[in-house]
Design a protein around this ligand. Structure first.
Ligand SMILES: Cc1ncc(COP(=O)(O)O)c(C=O)c1O
Length: 390
């Protein structure tokens, strides 16, 4: 019935957890959502106003495939202001979400069978998108010693075997960890010296708590950088992202964008122009996430979860549940996630969404929601663990 190329495409399990959580909610359950990676506050008023103004001015037609010039310019200025890196607005491509950016980047880079190296644990959509576009994902196990990030030691051998692209996600989903700047620079040098391309997913940039994020553009003018408005700017449903594309790839990315999407959503593009005026608001939200992070990290460790590296970005904690599972006599984290979802109405994503590197003992907790709900979740989980122990 369906195409052979879909045989390796896996479901995004977190969406299944979310579906079940919504069912329980519809039955009257008081669900706490620690599963979804989505800020829980509404889009700030100035962005809504810009969208309404765009509607009132009938700005509802297609835009150029690469995006409206004002937004491309504003994104280029953002790099100067936040990173002190000069970006030519002509190299900025506005996309339908970061996800759209990945389709364009991988679609324009990959020949059939080309390998793309990525960290395991990592974001589950990458291998599925690579498969779909005819490439071959090469998952590389990473652990606490490199902050769960790719580093030259693990990339050296694959790079001699003809890897076309290397995906770097810092801060990472699911681990919330940032790549060490030395590793970032060394990875880029290694990959490019072998004729490969670094694709840097910077979607969690500026949701950072201990050190500023570093863009691949600081070290490379050949890397493809992908970012968007979903996370720091909290505009998930507006479906808007961007890429910074090296000039030789640009004509093909533009042709693909024209054919696949025609353009990103027009109203969202005009709305996003106002996002850059709301930076104080977003910084405050990051302080709120940090409060959540400190609380949840401490609480999970008190419950017996192991978190070997403090997550210092995004809004995720990827906890090793082995000590807890042992105590409860359980074999895998998916069982505990299911039990907590059904019995105490706390939704958490099991590790099996994030690759093959010991997923059965890991759980990803998102702390993008409000502190009082996270505190309530901790009360429920702590009480449940105590009850099961007696
Ligand atoms: C690492 C990573 N990249 C990309 C995305 C997709 O984001 P967007 O909403 O911009 O498509 C997500 C969403 O959770 C993510 O975690």
């Amino acid at each position: 019935m369906w195409a052979n190329k879909l045989k390796d495409i896996q479901p995004f399990h977190v969406m299944e957890v979310l579906k079940r959580a919504k069912e329980l909610e519809a039955e009257g359950g008081d669900l706490i959502h620690l599963e979804v990676g989505e800020p829980d506050f509404p889009t700030p008023e100035p962005i809504l106003k810009a969208a309404k103004d765009a509607l009132n001015q009938d700005l509802t037609r297609y835009t150029p495939a690469l995006g409206i010039p004002q937004l491309r310019e504003a994104i280029a200025q953002w790099y100067k202001r936040r990173y002190n890196v000069t970006v030519n607005p002509a190299h900025v491509v506005v996309t339908p979400g970061t996800s759209g950016g990945f389709i364009l980047a991988l679609g324009s880079l990959l020949n059939p069978g080309d390998k793309v190296a990525l960290a395991d644990p990592g974001y589950p959509c990458y291998p599925n998108m690579i498969h779909f576009l005819g490439g071959d994902p090469l998952a590389i196990n990473v652990g606490p010693e490199s902050r769960y990030q790719l580093h030259p030691e693990v990339l050296k051998k694959p790079m001699t075997q003809g890897v076309r692209g290397v995906l770097i996600t810092s801060p990472s989903n699911p681990t919330g960890t940032l790549i060490r700047p030395d590793d970032f620079a060394a990875n880029i040098e290694l990959v490019e010296s072998h004729g490969g391309v670094v694709i840097s997913d910077e979607i969690y940039h500026w949701i950072t708590y201990e050190e500023p994020p570093r863009t691949a553009l600081e070290w490379s003018n050949k890397a493809v950088v992908i970012n968007g408005f979903s996370k720091y700017f909290a505009m998930t449903g507006w479906r808007l992202g961007w890429m910074i594309v090296p000039p030789d790839l640009l004509p093909k990315v533009e042709a693909l964008a024209q054919n696949l999407f025609i353009s990103a959503t027009t109203i969202s593009q005009y709305a996003a122009l106002a996002a850059f005026d709301c930076e104080d608001f977003f910084q405050q939200r990051v302080q709120g996430f940090d409060q959540n992070r400190r609380f949840l990290m401490g609480a999970l460790r008190d419950m017996g979860f192991s978190i070997p590296v403090d997550p210092s970005g995004a809004f995720y904690i990827y906890a090793d549940a082995s000590p807890v599972l042992r105590r409860l006599g359980l074999n895998d984290s998916a069982t505990l996630c299911r039990t907590w979802l059904e019995e105490i109405h706390v939704a958490i994503t099991p590790g099996l969404d994030f690759g093959h590197n010991r997923p059965g003992v890991h759980m990803r907790f998102s702390y993008a929601g409000s502190l009082d709900r996270i505190q309530e979740a901790v009360r429920r989980m702590t009480r449940d663990l105590k009850q099961r122990a007696t």
